[in-house]
Design a protein. Structure first.
Length: 136
């Protein structure tokens, strides 16, 4: 196979992938934990929700406190617990993803994915979660 033909096949294979990525982006939620990520509303709360949705542990903790105490949002203890769990969990490092066979006789395989630097969960989030879920 010539290099130009291989190049065209590679580009053709990228089109469906690009379309899928664009569709996922268009379908992506514009709300996080009930807070609009775009548009009107309290810009401080919106910024906090944007950071929390991106994985910022301190923002997750701060937003959880707001839901627990009803500061700028209605009191919602289940949302507070969910945010505390996210903020308390260690994250980052490497994870493994299974890639199924492609149908051309190849076997499925497990692929390592870098998750960025290891970030320890926040002690205060663990403490608040333990207070809301005694005995667990």
């Amino acid at each position: 196979m010539s290099d130009s033909r291989a190049s065209r096949l590679g580009k053709a294979g990228l089109l469906p992938l690009l379309a899928a990525v664009l569709m996922l982006h268009a379908c992506a939620s514009k709300v996080y934990m009930g807070i609009p990520l775009t548009g009107g509303g309290d810009p401080t709360l919106r910024s906090l929700a944007q950071r929390a949705s991106a994985g910022d542990k301190q923002a997750q903790l701060d937003l959880g406190i707001r839901y627990e105490e009803g500061r700028g949002v209605p009191v919602d203890v289940p949302k507070a617990k969910k945010l505390y769990r996210l903020a308390a969990a260690d994250s980052g490092a490497r994870s493994w993803v299974y890639s199924p066979p492609t149908g051309n006789g190849t076997a499925g395989r497990v692929i390592p994915i870098k998750g960025g630097p290891v970030r320890s969960g926040l002690v205060e989030a663990r403490s608040r979660l333990a207070r809301l879920e005694p005995g667990q």
